[in-house]
Design a protein around this ligand. Structure first.
Ligand code: SF4
Length: 445
């Protein structure tokens, strides 16, 4: 029987997983596989998993079960964060056929043909060698105007709650010249937004070259495009990087800096390597260098042993920093991490209450920050058309912008993937609304 050489990838989790899936897709196509939008008909279904929270893990189990039920003939591949965990393999035994860390995707075509997994080096060497090779694959970008460009992979930080260092291994970084070549190619193709990503961009190095220098080199590439980066770690946030934030209008006025907690004892237990005061000092410096920059963060409530008084320090930090957006997670223990050995003693109800309270504070600070945009004309990268038939997009400062102009009457079409000037007339907690400015400045050059 002829082999069904079609594939479908389901991606769960962070931007790094999306990057991995885009590279995986390009790699499979170079090996003769064709993408299929319907997982029920694909010969190979790959679930790119996330293990950062229990909820994401449960989603992966549900998806694998669904694939098996609706496409019993498919070869089911589990990759991503959960692919190395023995308990996951046991749980999915008989339903998933192949478990493969993303850094080993070079082996996938062979494994799909029934060959054995055969590392040619010791495990550490394979990790490094393959990690670098896989980052070099030319990806199939999902978007035609926003591209994630990985500058590295892995993490050396071992925050007490986090699976990433175990799932992705130690840090590997790409050569600056390769990254610049990739960005130049994307800008030439018309990409408008370049997002440089790694687990900890601040640790980037290529011999003597560091992340601030890489940023400077990227913004010097000619063309009209925005640059964002993610994620930064507060303990490694250098003055050079802070100063770079104010150095070019191509760099979006947005910094994502995960704080995780506002209490020094909890930060220590989390192994984060900074204090609440240090974090607040960084934000002050950043705002001095780039006034009006939006600040977003990640925070965990209910870390093992977090008392009400310690949580109140996070409340205080939220009120002082006045974030524009925060991803608020209720702690859940992740197998194999240091904090999984600590007593998860904050009740679910209390975690929920803390998350809700922080969200209420966030709504107030974000809404107040957004008031500053009222009446201003800002550049928006148009991402699509909503159900009402109106454009929406992203501001450089990362808010979603709804554009109320009736495009049928206005007759301005074809703006998806382009920059447009928008006059802001409404500020919401997590978004802005406005009208297209009378003259759309076409920035296509
Ligand atoms: S810095 Fe900490 S939270 Fe971020 S990926 Fe590394 S271990 Fe995880």
């Amino acid at each position: 029987m002829k082999k069904n050489k079609t594939y479908h990838i389901i991606t769960i989790g962070c931007q790094m997983n999306q990057v991995d899936s885009e590279r995986l897709s390009a790699f499979l196509e170079s090996s003769g596989y064709k993408s299929l939008p319907d997982f029920k008909k694909a010969g190979v279904v790959i679930v790119n998993t996330c293990g950062i929270r229990q909820m994401a893990e449960d989603r992966a189990y549900g998806l694998v079960n669904q694939v098996r039920k609706f496409n019993p003939a498919a070869q089911v591949v589990v990759t991503g964060c959960l692919s190395k965990r023995a308990d996951v393999k046991k749980r999915l035994d008989g339903r998933a056929d192949i478990f493969l860390p993303i850094s080993e995707i070079m082996q996938l075509p062979g494994l799909l043909e029934g060959f054995e997994f055969e590392p040619h080096f010791s495990l550490d060497e394979v990790r490094l060698e393959q990690g670098e090779k896989y980052l070099g694959i030319a990806p199939n970008h999902e978007s035609k105007f926003t591209a994630y460009v990985p500058i590295g992979n892995g993490c050396n930080n071992f925050c007490a709650y986090c699976v990433v260092p175990y799932a992705r291994g130690r840090e590997v970084y790409r050569r600056q010249a390769d990254i610049l070549r990739e960005v130049r190619g994307l800008v030439k193709k018309g990409y408008r937004e370049i997002i440089l990503i790694a687990q900890n961009v601040n640790s980037y190095h290529d011999e003597e070259k560091r992340f601030p220098g890489l940023l400077q080199a990227v913004v010097k590439i000619p063309g009209k495009f925005w640059v964002r980066f993610s994620s930064s770690h507060p303990k490694d946030m250098s003055d050079d990087l802070i100063n770079a934030l104010g150095s070019s209008p191509k760099l979006c006025p947005h910094l994502h800096l995960a704080v995780q907690a506002g209490d020094d004892e909890i930060l220590k237990k989390m192994n984060r390597g900074y204090t609440s005061k240090h974090y607040q000092g960084l934000i002050k410096k950043v705002r001095d260098v780039r006034p009006g920059i939006s600040i977003t963060t990640d925070v965990i409530v209910g870390f093992p042993g977090e008392t009400k008084a310690q949580y109140e320090n996070t409340v205080k930090l939220f009120k002082v920093v006045k974030f524009d957006l925060a991803y608020i997670a209720q702690y859940s223990p992740r197998p194999g991490t240091v904090s999984a050995g600590m007593k998860d003693n904050v009740s679910q109800d209390e975690k929920k209450r803390r998350a809700k309270e922080l969200n209420e504070i966030l709504k107030i600070t974000a809404a107040a920050n957004n008031q500053a945009y009222l009446g201003k004309t800002i550049e928006v990268l148009i991402e699509g058309i909503d159900k009402r038939g109106h454009y929406y997009g992203k501001a450089g400062s990362y808010q979603t912008v709804r554009i109320n102009t009736d495009i049928k009457k206005d007759k301005r079409s074809g703006l998806i993937g382009e920059f447009a000037l928008v006059i802001i007339d409404k500020a919401l907690p997590f978004g802005l609304e406005g009208e297209l400015a009378p003259v759309v400045k076409s920035l296509k050059k």
